[in-house]
Design a protein around this ligand. Structure first.
Ligand SMILES: Cc1cc2nc3c(=O)[nH]c(=O)nc-3n(C[C@H](O)[C@H](O)[C@H](O)COP(=O)(O)OP(=O)(O)OC[C@H]3O[C@@H](n4cnc5c(N)ncnc54)[C@H](O)[C@@H]3O)c2cc1C
Length: 380
């Protein structure tokens, strides 16, 4: 029996343990993780790990003595079910763990597509994924043809890194333009030229129906417009929330684990990070941002130790480094919110835009203007 069992050893899980210790929590903490390496940071995987600017050791979240200082019993296992009433987690090995409190922090995993040769394609979600893609990108002497399926945030970052490594990169985007679903038509239209200016061949309206293996090791990427031969194919098709293990728990897991204003899915059971569907400014949302996972973790540690009785609240923040540009966003706007250019110019590639709904500010997005983005916090 542990005082706290955290399921998922990623950012949200690890930061919960760290914050508990920071709040001088002296109880026992177990952390169940199906990934063997200790906790690490994911944003650099599609950026500095692929480009070679950082190594996996650099992105550990528990460097030096941080791991022993957190005094966590690390269990490398998959959780397969949760008994909510007993607060008991069953593990794939047949063992089980019970906690006085449970934190669900199982995040998401890369979406795989039903391609004949999906096993020969790369995805970038884990340290192992990024490290095998990095190896492949740096293996041969000559430039390879890299096809990235999906022009979203991770696809664009992978394309940037592959291009920087000297490869010929084609990004196939299924929609009219990349990022439209996340950022709306106006901002997506402003960002669309970035790929070409960085030397990446972005092709839109390209629905890929299959990727097939050739005998010579190349891959055939089949679209409605014909097919493309690629040496390396990376699928950046978004993420799937990791809640299968909660299927029999009785918790509401439609589109993530639903939690109340205190991030609780049930009494004594919290959810944090990418897996949590929480209340964000009056709406239920699941927001896959690094900062949200951190903020959830800090809050849960405070709530669990009785240091706060307030409901969770935060201002969402996100960034992406792609095609030589920095995109940053505050807030969580809807794609159909009104957008106005607040400062800067599109030609200069340095601007700030505001999203509004019914006159209220819902988001601020900046291209290559971190200073103004930070100052915009005051507007919310
Ligand atoms: C390549 C990449 C780039 C990113 N870049 C940015 C960025 O630039 N900006 C930004 O804001 N955000 C970025 N993100 C998002 C950010 O990294 C996530 O929001 C953050 O990692 C969420 O943390 P988490 O702990 O909720 O989930 P995760 O980090 O996914 O951790 C969940 C852990 O739980 C484990 N797990 C799952 N199921 C089980 C189970 N049944 N039993 C045991 N363990 C289990 C998983 O294997 C994983 O280790 C990026 C993500 C990726 C993948």
């Amino acid at each position: 029996m542990f005082d706290v069992v955290i399921v998922g050893g990623g950012l949200a899980g690890w930061r919960t343990a760290e914050n508990l210790r920071r709040q001088e929590f002296t109880g026992s903490i177990a952390m169940v993780s199906d990934e063997a390496p200790g906790p690490y940071d994911r944003p650099p995987l599609s950026k500095q790990i692929l480009s070679g600017k950082l190594t996996l050791a650099d992105i550990s979240l528990a460097k030096d003595d941080a791991f022993s200082a957190a005094d966590v019993t690390w269990v490398t296992e998959s959780a397969i079910s949760l008994d909510v009433a007993a607060k008991t987690i069953s593990l794939a090995s047949g063992e089980s763990l019970t906690g006085s409190s449970i934190v669900i922090a199982t995040g998401t995993r890369a979406r795989r597509l039903p391609f004949s040769a999906m096993d020969d394609c790369y995805v970038v979600r884990t340290a192992a994924d990024a490290s095998s893609l990095r190896q492949r990108l740096t293996a041969g002497g000559s430039p390879a043809r890299v096809v990235v399926i999906g022009g979203g945030f991770i696809g664009a970052e992978v394309a940037t890194a592959a291009h920087q490594l000297g490869h010929d990169v084609i990004v196939l985007e299924g929609q009219v333009r990349p990022l439209e679903g996340a950022l709306g038509t106006t901002v997506a239209t402003w960002l669309e030229p970035l790929a070409a200016s960085a030397g990446v061949d972005l092709r839109v309206n390209q629905l890929v129906s299959d990727v097939r293996a050739h005998a010579d090791g190349a891959l055939d990427v089949v679209t409605g417009a014909g097919s493309l031969i690629a040496d390396i194919v990376v699928v950046g098709a978004g993420a799937v929330v990791s809640t299968e293990w909660l299927q029999s728990s009785g918790l509401d897991i439609s589109s993530g684990v639903a939690v109340d204003g205190y991030l609780r899915a049930a009494p004594g059971i919290y959810a944090a990070g990418d897996v949590a569907r929480f209340w964000y400014r009056g709406e239920q949302a699941r927001i896959e941002h690094w900062q949200i996972a951190n903020d959830h973790a800090a809050y849960i540690a405070q709530h669990l130790t009785g240091r706060t009785t307030d409901e969770f609240s935060t201002l969402a923040y996100f960034w992406s480094d792609q095609y030589g540009a920095k995109i940053q966003m505050l807030g969580h706007p809807h794609r159909d919110d009104e957008v106005e250019l607040a400062s800067g110019s599109l030609e200069e590639r340095k601007w700030v835009a505001h999203y509004r709904r019914g006159g209220d500010l819902t988001g601020v997005i900046a291209l290559n203007n971190p200073r103004e983005l930070i100052l915009s916090r005051n507007l919310f």
